[in-house]
Design a binder for this molecule. Structure first.
Ligand code: SF4
Length: 325
């Protein structure tokens, strides 16, 4: 494959096919720098050398009735993950300061749940109003499970900018990962988010045993939904989950090819390096900034991660610039 010709086509508003996306995932290690260089040409057109940082806050941990096989917050997982009920408005608002202090563009408020209860929804809405008063330029993303249109509208009018709802994997592989809800449920919530005018953040997880074709199908399903932001996680098998002990099939180069495939497929969409970055990319983390323009900093929902100062230095050393809120 001539990667420059492919990136030229994308830069001229053309699209790549599923066959070409698969070819990116199947490309050899020898071709990787060429693939990344051409992914970077596309990234540069839409995002320059900016990196947007996102800070996560887990506002309710554990006790989730869903059975996502990768997730340590599911009641199906047997582990020592901290479990607590929905946090208060005051505490969620206070957490926004940590995002501001770390130059984060977006504060991501996440709850372990199938769907938000009326009280949980009202807590997030009140917190959003207060955060916007204190930090008007800080964007707010919430991730609260399945949504009805009524609940989505309530979030929108309270000042929430974006809603995260990952598809996780392809429709074909989804039943191997989750059985308590189906792929269509997730697509329906994603469509509601777009319909009410919230930004849609939706991505998935690579390395759960899915095929390369499943990875392509996931990214094309996300493109069909016209997502605004795509977080790509890499499986870091957690203790007590169904996927514990699963040999991690992802090499750092596989992760880079996955991010490059997302960039070629969705040139103008925010592509975020998400959970598992540190353990799967290891020393190649800075290279991931060539296809991706965004990352979480200072850890994840139930696992720690690289601290903000180290992330900042990594971004600057690689010649990128943190995008200010
Ligand atoms: S991924 Fe979300 S819905 Fe699935 S078990 Fe974890 S918290 Fe629940």
């Amino acid at each position: 494959m001539d990667w420059k010709t492919l990136s030229d086509r994308v830069l001229n508003d053309g699209a790549i096919t599923k066959t070409e996306a698969l070819a990116i995932l199947e490309s050899s290690d020898d071709e990787l720098l060429d693939v990344l260089q051409n992914a970077y040409r596309i990234r540069k057109k839409y995002f320059g050398n900016k990196v947007s940082l996102h800070l996560l806050r887990n506002v309710k941990s554990g006790k989730c009735p869903e059975d996502c096989a990768f997730c340590s917050q599911s009641t199906s997982a047997i582990n020592e993950v901290e479990r607590y009920d929905f946090q208060t408005v005051e505490s969620i608002v206070k957490g926004a300061q940590a995002a501001v202090d770390r130059q984060a563009k977006r504060y991501c408020v996440v709850s372990s749940t199938r769907a938000p209860s009326p009280n949980e929804l009202e807590t997030i809405c009140e917190a959003a109003v207060q955060i916007k008063q204190k930090h008007p330029s800080l964007e707010i993303c919430s991730s609260l499970g399945l949504l009805t249109e009524e609940k989505a509208i309530r979030l929108k009018i309270s000042g929430v900018d974006r809603f995260n709802h990952n598809l996780e994997t392809s429709e074909n592989y989804f039943p191997e990962v989750v059985t308590t809800h189906d792929f269509e449920d997730r697509v329906n919530t994603a469509k509601i988010i777009k319909k009410v005018g919230l930004d849609l953040c939706s991505g998935g997880l690579f390395g759960m045993g899915e095929s390369l074709q499943d990875r392509v199908d996931l990214i094309f399903a996300l493109a069909d939904l016209d997502v605004d932001s795509v977080p790509i996680n890499f499986l870091d098998p957690r203790p007590g989950t169904e996927f514990e002990g699963q040999a991690n099939p992802l090499s750092p180069n596989d992760c880079l090819r996955g991010l490059a495939m997302a960039r070629f497929s969705m040139p103008a969409t925010e592509v975020r390096i998400a959970g598992g970055r540190e353990t799967t990319l290891r020393g190649l983390q800075p290279l991931a900034l060539y296809p991706a323009n965004s990352m979480f900093t200072a850890g994840y929902l139930t696992t720690g991660g690289q601290d903000y100062e180290t992330d900042k230095r990594m971004i600057e050393d690689a010649g990128f610039v943190i995008q200010k809120a």
